[in-house]
Design a protein around this ligand. Structure first.
Ligand SMILES: [Zn+2]
Length: 231
């Protein structure tokens, strides 16, 4: 009972923080002039290509924003509290950097985008794939076609507590190609909400490569790239 009350209060608190004044930056939660606006610092620093070599067979990884106070609160609200009230704030991060040349250069390399899939059980429980909710309209606005190319055949635990080797082991055989999908010779963009070690997207990338995809790119809404601990 107490847990239920706490969850309801958290839901209301997160909703209020992002809907009632004062407007705050959805990444770092500093006060800004207008609702759903990135603060000056976040707008400047936000996009980054991972300088470390991503796990094979991924060619390049781009994160759109840092995993900070705001992104953490918003993503957790959408994933674990079923709070879709925060969706506008999350999407505003994408639209806030949409016109940056780094984004266009990156997207110009891909033919087709897909989302990291959820297992059917988690999808049913949550009611949506949060990554698809966040990215779908934005990808459309950038003229990048997106389809669900993959399915998650194995239910896997949340990966926070596992090291990179354990993650790869857990994710072995977790994904397969959706029916009727043809990715031969195409450069595919895998989109995810959070990028940490790349184990999940590498698992997806292996299946796509196995089906004849040419190059695999990854775009994540938030990542630490060694800057913040993701928890
Ligand atoms: Zn900020």
């Amino acid at each position: 009972m107490l847990e239920q009350i706490t969850n309801v209060l958290k839901f209301i608190q997160t909703t209020l923080i992002y809907i009632v004044y004062p407007p705050i930056c959805p990444v770092c939660e500093e006060i800004v002039d207008e609702r759903h606006q990135l603060c000056e610092n976040c707008a400047k620093e936000i996009i980054k290509l991972d300088e470390e070599k991503p796990p094979a067979p991924i060619s390049e990884v781009m994160r759109v924003t840092k995993y900070r106070k705001g992104t953490r609160r918003l993503l957790r609200a959408l994933k674990f509290d079923n709070n879709t009230n925060v969706l506008n704030a999350l999407q505003s991060i994408l639209y806030g950097v949409s016109s940056r040349p780094e984004i266009d250069n990156f997207l110009a390399k891909v033919n087709l985008a897909t989302y990291v899939p959820l297992h059917e059980k988690r999808f049913k429980k949550r009611g949506y794939n949060q990554t698809e909710l966040i990215f779908k309209d934005w990808l459309l606005s950038k003229n990048v076609p997106a389809e669900n190319l993959l399915i998650r055949t194995k239910a896997t635990p949340h990966l926070y507590n596992y090291n990179p080797t354990e993650r790869r082991e857990i994710l072995k055989g977790a994904f397969s190609l959706a029916e009727g999908v043809n990715v031969k010779g195409k450069n595919i963009l895998i989109v995810d909400d959070i990028y940490t070690t790349g184990a999940t997207t590498a698992g997806c990338a292996e299946v796509l490569k196995g089906a004849g995809a040419s190059k695999i790119f990854v775009m994540a809404l938030a990542s630490d790239f060694g800057e913040d601990k993701i928890a």
